[in-house]
Design a protein around this ligand. Sequence first.
Ligand SMILES: Nc1ncnc2c1ncn2[C@@H]1O[C@H](COP(=O)(O)OP(=O)(O)OP(=O)(O)O)[C@@H](O)[C@H]1O
Length: 226
Amino acid sequence: MTDAALEIQRVEYAYRRDVALRGVSLGVDAGEIVAVTGPSGCGKSTLLHCAAGILRPQAGTVALAGRDLSELSEAERTRVRRTQVGIVLQFGQLVPDLSLKDNVALPLLLEGHDAAAARRAALGWLERVGVAEDSEALPSELSGGQNQRAAVARALVTGPAVVFADEPTGSLDSRAGEQMMELLVASARDGGAALVIVTHDNLVAAYADREVRLRDGVVQHEVRLS
Ligand SMILES: Nc1ncnc2c1ncn2[C@@H]1O[C@H](COP(=O)(O)OP(=O)(O)OP(=O)(O)O)[C@@H](O)[C@H]1O
């Protein structure tokens, strides 16, 4: 028995003609923060999508919180993805016609939680990320930074084993980017989640315990940062 939050073994993925991953292995411990870096097109986003159960690798295995995704039915996979994975992308990607609170409650509602309890949990996370006073606002009424804070709350509300963040500061200026990284790291710790950050920004990678650098679809090297 290991306490790995994520175990990727020899994963290969090809789009029609483009081979994006050529046998990538990566283990992430519970609570660990890992930055996946590398030049444009090296396979970072593809790795994140395979790890998060969004893409199915053509070879190799991905286990999330000890469950091998390739052994699960489609319904079980969806369930593991909804409960064990949180995702933060470059632009909040909130549902535009739902309030911040309903956006954050959504992952719990999709899992069949009671609506009042889901909204209470959502409000609790909005408080933790500092946007509770805007809980009834629509995403379009708020700044990019406020939307990103709500996206962090949405990623953590189910108590996932791993939060995946793909260029989470890409749409923010440097000050808001720093605040976002501090919030993301603190929130992942607070929620007991491992954090896997895909980035080409060295300042973002510096928040990680370990940097894994990809090149041409393989791990080029790993560096322990803390
Ligand atoms: N939907 C797709 N269809 C076809 N090829 C794709 C698709 N998405 C990515 N690729 C190809 O797969 C390879 C890896 O792409 P990927 O987006 O994973 O790299 P990346 O490191 O995240 O790049 P970037 O830093 O520019 O976002 C590239 O050659 C890319 O052109």
